[in-house]
Design a protein around this ligand. Sequence first.
Ligand SMILES: [Zn+2]
Ligand SMILES: [Zn+2]
Length: 108
Amino acid sequence: MALVPYEEVNQRSFEEESARRFTLVQVAKGTAELRGPCPRCGTAIQIPLVSGTYKSFRLWRRNGVRPTPPPGEVHEETVICTCEEDHPGRPEGKIGCGAYWCLEITTS
Ligand SMILES: [Zn+2]
Ligand SMILES: [Zn+2]
């Protein structure tokens, strides 16, 4: 399978797809990890979210069905693809395919 070329892009569909397919896993007290497939290149990636002050995290997506967030504070987390594949055209020292998007996370 040919790899998509490296490109720093953001598409609305990335946010929708990752909100549907990513899970937020509590890995330790105050530390959670976003896990799921990159909506651009499809590689499973893990994004650590570190915070000593939040007790719990919840991945949440504003949409037509759920226009208001669950109780708690909503944070926007920018997620950048961190895959280790060799995407053509990737600048030296960079990782991922270049895709980035935003997820909304509620914390309490
Ligand atoms: Zn990739
Ligand atoms: Zn990617």
